[in-house]
Design a binder for this molecule. Sequence first.
Ligand code: PMV
Length: 319
Amino acid sequence: MLTVSAPGKVILFGEHAVVYGEPALVGTIERRVRVGVRRLDEKVINVYSDAIGTWESFTFEDLHETNGAFRYVKRAVSIAFEEVGEKTGLELRISSELPPASGLGSSAAVSVATLKAVLTLLGKDVSNSRLAALAHCVELEVQGSASPTDTAAATYGGVLFVLPGKGIERLNVEEELPLIVGNTQKERSTKLLVAKVRRLKESLPEVVDPVIRNIGKVTREARRCLEKGELTHLGELMNINHGLLEALGVSTPELSRLVYIARSAGAEGAKLTGAGGGGCMLAFARERYDSVLEALSKESQALQASITFEGVRVEGGER
Ligand code: PMV
């Protein structure tokens, strides 16, 4: 079985402000989705996912659907077939180290890894920019709207600087970034949280606009620190970013509690990551990594999530 993996992501800085033209910094984490694929003689697509725990079988026609548990997989296989100009029966096995629907980019990682696996199996070599564009199409079709950030991150890996309207830049970061994610396991809707911030911004523009601009300043400063390898201020910038996100009303008691638990256990910085309202927080700890991990594990689903600089990769196996 040919296996391909792609990483998940965390938003390091700039969530919500990025909706209003400010930059965001996104990093891929060493938590991967793996997709194994092999040809079948019958004209069916059989898919198994560890997370779902059952097999599902699809016809070629079913691949047009954008619903169901395997919606990203179905669209990714279909788009890969179109790209190659060939259809074949397939068996796909998916395993994930990422909790689903928690803002850690699992759907983008599934889309990228599935596309790359099927394209490679069928002998089609595509550039990373083509792969990221195809995976973005998968997310657009399934979700209706989607930023290209998560699929670009899962493809290229590393730390990406996202400037809306101007594109995505991969930064040259050489330092290790030891991170821990604390997952509240509370579901949230990115759409509703973006709408909540919009309402606040519209009702109090004089107050809220500077908060958003300051998040942009924090993100630009964080970029400078990362590129220069000056990590001493990175934690402080994360703490400031969390404060500004609290001001926008997107933190929750659970998220802020985890943020303070991480700081008390020795994290240099901690903030919520992603849309807020539940989901995950992020702690940066170089010296006291183990104590922060232990403290967060007691109170949440804690994941070691250091930044990886490697994006999608063919793990091996027979074609
Ligand atoms: O939690 P996520 O990965 O859905 O992140 C949302 C990030 C926002 O800035 C809140 C929205 C967006 O589209 O950028």
